[in-house]
Design a protein around this ligand. Structure first.
Ligand SMILES: Nc1ncnc2c1ncn2[C@@H]1O[C@H](COP(=O)(O)OP(=O)(O)OP(=O)(O)O)[C@@H](O)[C@H]1O
Length: 546
């Protein structure tokens, strides 16, 4: 191999003998050519981004590298040596570590127990006390706050991801593969992750990162490879001089139109789609996760929800659809109080949702796309003895045609689909119906750029039809683009409700980190504070559209 050299970002000269080099990987699943002659390499001290539409073949390539699939043809070299990676255990032994999109931790175990389990699968046994000490030490070295004694089921998604990354680092990885690591993180957590990735790069590790966000590619990647339809269309180029339009065109094969700027006012006699009055609720750990929240979503309105991860967004969404009971206050959907009726009351009142964590909260592992679609609307398809699958099938086809999110075929098991394709099922199910209330947690999570745009169009279309939508997103630009108002949460309190058209990142950031006073009235919603900052409280707008 030629001894080309490259300059690492820290100014050191790194030899370009790649840590990892893939040559002409081809992998077919039945009819689908998931990877076709894919070549890809990772040098020491670089971050190489892998981008492409949903289904482009990114995960397949990563799984081939990590030994989860065997290539039909092609070659893999690690530090110049040709290797056949037959399993993830072998990959780890070769210094390849992978952090999956759907984090592989056992919720019922503590962090230390999970690490012990991972080590045991590699044939290593370490006493728990010693392991705890090592986790604490590594957590300090890498600047990743991980509590070794915490039960994983008590951790937020962001905390779980951090736990996984540290686990991979502790197993001695030299090549770290991050499969859409930012899709679950709040902006501040993304910054923290990137700071850590920069640290790893400076230590000479090779990082592969899959993302759908072009700003992230530009912020973190030294090189980018674009896959389309299983083929490499751009190979290891510097993303910095490229425009978004150029990268999008490479990924999609065409340009993607911007969202229409106009938001016509929708008039409706219907009751508020969602009315939360003085709502408090406990989180999974039994502590108050939502405190005295009063918020209205009107028909024909999109209310965005912003906040640092774990600020009560999950509980807010669950309370709004009846999936979590309140400890105080009332929840009304489309004028009907949910009381203690649970999710059944939410559905009956007209609420549909896109859950925060579809894999854990909504996917039944053995069921197909069709069965998931039918489940959400089961009453409509029930016959005397069983389900009318023909009607359910027609309903699924109709929704597919209406929403045009290119859902996977109806017979596919949802659990086998990629994250982006599972999200399409969740979105089609929620946005394909004429429900008066849509509660969508991170609707564009895991979606490619064209599908994200289509999803945003669908949210606006439901708004135009008179639905009220509560949309949680960690992407402030997305919230400012689609929402009428943005409700900001900090530590379970509503710290302000602002008009999306006139707010900015600074104002939202300040509200996201505002420490609310220990009173029922959130600080930033007092009339004086609102007047000073141009912030409108929900009370001030009277739930009216701004
Ligand atoms: N185990 C499998 N069985 C059958 N088909 C598969 C399997 N894994 C992937 N595919 C198909 O291979 C193609 C590439 O999928 P892959 O998951 O690699 O795409 P991706 O770029 O990672 O997508 P996403 O952005 O949605 O994660 C898709 O058409 C997918 O449906």
């Amino acid at each position: 191999m030629s001894a080309v050299t490259a300059t690492a970002p820290d100014g050191q000269t790194a030899t370009a003998e790649p840590l990892l080099r893939v040559t002409d990987f081809t992998k077919r699943f039945g009819e689908v050519l998931a990877n076709s002659d894919v070549s890809f390499d990772v040098r020491p001290g670089e971050v190489h981004a892998l981008i492409g539409e949903n289904g482009a073949g990114k995960s397949t390539l990563l799984k081939l590298i990590y030994g989860m699939y065997k290539p039909d043809s092609g070659e893999l070299r690690v530090a110049g040596e040709q290797v056949a990676v037959g399993s993830p255990t072998q990959a780890r032994a070769l210094g390849i570590g992978m952090v999956f999109q759907d984090l592989r931790l056992v919720p019922a175990f503590t962090v230390t127990e999970n690490y012990a389990l991972a080590l045991a699968t590699s044939g290593i046994t370490i006493r728990q006390a010693e392991l705890r000490r090592r986790i604490t030490e590594a957590s300090e070295t890498y600047g990743l706050a991980v509590d070794p004694t915490a039960l994983v089921r008590h951790l937020s998604i962001g905390e779980r991801q951090r736990t996984e990354i540290l686990k991979v680092l502790m197993s001695g990885a030299r090549i770290v593969i991050l499969d859409e690591p930012t899709s679950v993180l709040a902006p501040t957590e993304v910054e923290a992750l990137f700071a850590m990735v920069n640290g790893l790069r400076a230590q000479g590790l090779g990082i592969v990162i899959v993302t759908h966000k072009l700003a992230e590619v530009r912020a973190i990647a030294d090189r980018v490879t674009v896959l389309r339809g299983g083929r490499v269309v751009l190979s290891g180029v510097d993303p910095k001089p490229m425009t978004d339009a150029e990268l999008i065109e490479a990924m999609v094969g065409q340009t993607v139109a911007a969202l229409p700027a106009e938001r016509p006012t929708v008039t409706s006699d219907a009751p508020p789609a969602l009315e939360l009055t003085d709502v408090s609720a406990l989180g999974d750990r039994g502590v108050t996760a939502l405190r005295d929240v009063t918020l209205t979503v009107n028909p024909g309105e999109i209310v965005g929800v912003a906040g640092v991860a774990g600020s009560g967004q999950r509980e807010l969404c669950e309370v709004a659809v009846g999936a979590r009971s309140v400890s105080a206050g009332t929840v009304r959907v489309n004028g009907r109080e949910l009381g203690r009726g649970g999710p059944t009351a939410g559905i009956a009142a007209g609420a549909v949702d896109v859950p925060e964590d579809p894999v854990n909260d909504a996917v039944v592992p053995t069921l197909t796309v069709l069965e998931h679609m039918a489940l959400s609307h089961l009453k409509a398809f029930l016959r005397r003895i069983g389900v009318d699958w023909r009607r359910a099938g027609k309903h699924t086809t109709d929704i597919n045609e209406k929403v045009q999110l290119r859902m996977a075929p109806a017979h596919r098991r949802v659990a086998d689909l990629s994250g982006g394709n599972i999200q399409r099922v969740m979105l089609s199910r929620a946005l394909g119906r004429e429900a008066p209330l849509v509660v969508a947690a991170y609707p564009s999570r895991g979606l490619d750029i064209a599908t994200t745009r289509r999803t945003q169009e669908l949210l606006l279309a439901r708004r135009a039809e008179g639905a009220g939508l509560l949309v949680v997103s960690e992407d402030l630009d997305e919230l400012m683009a689609v929402a009428d108002r943005i409700a900001v949460f900090c530590a379970g309190r509503l710290t302000g409700v602002v008009a999306a058209a006139t707010t900015n990142r600074q104002e939202l950031g300040a509200l996201m980190t505002a420490t609310g006073p220990a009173t029922d009235q959130p600080a930033d919603t007092t009339p004086a504070a609102a007047a000073a900052s141009g912030t409108q409280t929900d009370a001030q707008t009277g739930g009216e559209q701004s």
